[in-house]
Design a protein around this ligand. Structure first.
Ligand code: PLP
Length: 422
């Protein structure tokens, strides 16, 4: 459920007409709903609580939506942060996430990033390989601290979804095998700079079937039991694997209650603190990309292009993952549906959001909203074709705030320097 709906023939975000935001901020622009972000977090938290999962750490995956105001909205409800870079740690801290609720994942943490994380006092570093274990151990000792770490396991399951967002197959770069995890956990328990506190996994994103998740999590349970059996302390289990969201024509994702019941089933009696790293399921339906029709180009030979002022640099998912986004006119006109190829102005054929999409009739100047764009939208935006970085707006009821303004062309050029020989 989200808070984008037609009222009086006009698409609103909560109590704010999207047209009002377009008027004030211009287009393209991302618009997020506070109420939807909050609701998604609360639904997940409450579903887990209803199944008796005690005080889980729900660490919002900052990569899905890195805007500080978005993270702060969730932090106020008690969310932690799952981060994969120093930049994301800084964003989480700036948003008010306490360091003891920040989990640092990622396959290529640098020495500087590990040092930054340890100085900041993050809760846990999810170690993804042996060289990384050695690195964290060394950096922690140099700093005179003992880093709490989890070993990230690659459970080798096929979770469905697009190949580019699968993270839990043996040939994906993430984590170590179960046998490696056991060896590294035992090794870590003898190192002076680290304290192994748990194990972690992440099996992929946009998962719409609970069965592979349950299979992977059952394997993780087995690992926890084996480690405990060897006399090693395991206090935490981080069960990552991103629940899918309804992208209109995709399989229906599992209900949070069914997901929570599966978690409770698979972890029953295990006596570990649980952590989760949801991104998309919280943020995707809480945001839209608002764009304006530049013109309709009707080819004499037939194809009809709806040319927008938003492009692949603003919303990369269709070009990168063939992702489907529902496109809704902000003030739908009456009349028969018309078939369009919806494109942006970037000089790439890939800058095509969709082909042969039936939409209500549209004209130059009309506004459209790409739905389900709150995750992996603005976070992946760039200035490709020297287009200004897309701004972001956060709505709360009838109020809205520009939480990342559109830069000016002067800002864009001021970041560069002439080479001395030019
Ligand atoms: N945590 C890790 C380690 C990830 O790799 C990802 C996504 O790939 C996430 C969390 C967030 O996944 P999602 O946005 O599908 O919930």
């Amino acid at each position: 459920m989200n808070h984008f709906e037609l009222r009086g023939g006009e698409l609103h975000c909560e109590d704010t007409p999207l047209a009002k935001i377009a008027e004030a901020v211009g287009t393209p622009v991302y618009v997020y709903s506070s109420a939807t972000l909050e609701r998604h977090y609360q639904v997940l938290r409450d579903a887990l609580a209803a199944e008796g999962v005690k005080d889980p750490l729900i660490a919002f995956a900052v990569k899905a939506n890195s805007n500080v105001a978005v993270i702060a909205t969730l932090a106020r409800l008690g969310a932690g942060a799952d981060v994969v870079s120093e930049g994301e740690i800084r964003r989480a801290l700036a948003a008010g996430v306490p360091p003891e609720r920040i989990v640092f994942s990622g396959v290529g943490k640098t020495e500087a990033e590990v040092a930054f994380a340890l100085k900041a006092g993050v809760a846990e570093i999810n170690v993804e390989s042996e060289p990384e274990l050695d690195l964290v151990n060394r950096v922690a000792q140099d700093l005179g601290v003992r880093a709490e770490i989890a070993i990230r396991v690659n459970p080798d399951v096929e979770a469905g979804g697009h190949a580019k967002i699968s993270t839990g197959k043996a040939d994906n770069k993430f984590g170590v095998s179960f046998s490696e995890a056991e060896r590294l956990y035992a090794k870590a328990s003898n190192l002076a700079g680290v304290r192994p506190v748990g194990v972690a996994c992440h099996i992929g994103s946009q998962i719409t079937d609970l069965a592979p998740m349950e299979a992977a999590f059952a394997k993780m349970r087995g690992l926890v039991e084996r480690l405990k059996g060897e006399g090693l302390g395991v206090e935490r289990l981080d069960l990552g694997g991103g629940l899918g969201v309804p992208y209109f024509n995709q399989p229906e994702p599992p209900a949070p209650a069914d997901y929570a019941a599966m978690i409770a089933r698979v972890t029953k009696g295990l006596d570990v603190a649980l952590a989760f790293e949801p991104g998309r399921v919280i943020a995707a339906n809480a945001g839209v990309l608002l764009a304006r029709v530049t013109h309709v180009h009707q080819r004499a030979e037939g194809r009809r292009f709806l040319v927008l002022d938003a492009a692949m640099n603003d919303l990369l998912r269709p070009a990168m993952y063939d992702a489907y986004h529902d496109i809704r006119p902000v003030k739908p006109r009456a009349g028969e549906a018309v078939t369009y190829d919806v494109v942006g102005p970037v000089c790439e054929t890939g800058d095509t959001f969709t082909r042969d999409r039936a939409l209500p009739p549209l004209q130059a100047g009309d506004l459209v909203a790409f739905m389900t764009a709150g995750a992996y939208g603005a976070a992946m935006a760039s200035e490709y074709n020297s287009r200004l970085l897309v701004p972001e707006v956060l709505v709360k009821g009838a109020e809205f705030a520009v939480v990342r303004p559109r830069p000016t062309y002067e800002d864009m050029l001021a970041r560069e320097r002439p080479a001395p020989w030019l």
